[in-house]
Design a protein around this ligand. Structure first.
Ligand SMILES: Nc1ncnc2c1ncn2[C@@H]1O[C@H](COP(=O)(O)OP(=O)(O)OP(=O)(O)O)[C@@H](O)[C@H]1O
Ligand SMILES: [Mg+2]
Length: 234
């Protein structure tokens, strides 16, 4: 990956300090003291065996769940000091999951509009933006289709278009290629890679696919709730 411009102060988009997460039943320390700095504009993959805490970590970064102890900062501000984390999520973060979570009774065009409701956009502007995003992911001609009328790879691309609705600074993707065959998986990763290089979107991808992981500038390896390796390429 080419380095961008001359050295400038690195903005930390997300910082975790000694984060511990014990899930409600108390049996498992899903995260056992994780510290991680994610500079704005970086692409990072998180790898490790099933159950090592990858999804838990991603959910913490995305303010979907709160740590048991430790601190998470977004642009330097502790998440606990942010009064409306749902607004932070809606404005700054796009989520992409293995199983898409598209609403089955809504068309692709309608699914992509979902995060835009309440942002003051007019109906027509919202529809127009949804169609622009669907075109970006190569689905301009599928806007009126229901998820069930789309291929699995196309569904994931609709989910990515939806994740981009509010031009997030950060995309968090949990096994985004996990439900896809290798060709659709490569297309989805090309798309995410393009967002990263062309728009500077910070990208965090959880994956157990070594090929997917290797596309990132940085690979963080986890084991038993801890980071055991952190390699920056190039
Ligand atoms: N809601 C929950 N309640 C209790 N334990 C949980 C919960 N979610 C996850 N865990 C446990 O926390 C640990 C980490 O889970 P996590 O889902 O983060 O792993 P993962 O690395 O994403 O695994 P996979 O690759 O299988 O998706 C596991 O032992 C899991 O059983
Ligand atoms: Mg997981």
């Amino acid at each position: 990956m080419e380095s961008r411009q001359a050295p400038a102060p690195i903005e930390l988009l997300v910082e975790l300090r000694d984060v511990v997460k014990i899930h409600r039943d108390g049996a498992v320390r899903a995260l056992d003291g994780v510290s991680l700095k994610i500079p704005a504009g970086q692409s990072l993959s998180i790898v490790g065996p099933s159950g090592c805490g990858k999804s838990t970590l991603l959910n913490m970064i995305g303010a979907l769940d709160a740590p048991t102890s430790g601190e998470i900062r977004f642009r330097g501000v502790p998440l606990t000091a942010i009064r409306a984390p749902d607004r932070l999520r809606a404005r700054e973060i796009g989520f992409v999951f293995q199983t898409f979570y598209l609403l089955p009774n809504l068309t692709a065009r309608e699914n992509v509009q979902m995060p835009m409701f309440g942002d003051g956009r007019s109906d027509s502007a919202r529809v127009e933006r949804a169609e622009t995003l669907l075109a970006l992911v190569g689905l301009a001609d599928r806007a009126g289709h229901l998820p069930s009328q789309l291929s699995i790879g196309q569904r994931q691309r609709v989910a990515i278009a939806r994740a981009l609705a509010n031009e997030p600074a950060l995309i968090l993707a949990d096994e985004p290629t996990g439900s896809l065959d290798s060709r659709s998986g490569a297309e989805v990763m090309d798309l995410l890679g393009r967002l990263h290089t062309e728009h500077g979107t910070t990208l965090v991808v959880v994956t157990h696919d070594a090929g997917v992981a290797a596309r990132a500038e940085r690979v963080v390896r986890m084991l038993d709730g801890r980071i055991v390796a952190d390699d920056v390429s190039g």
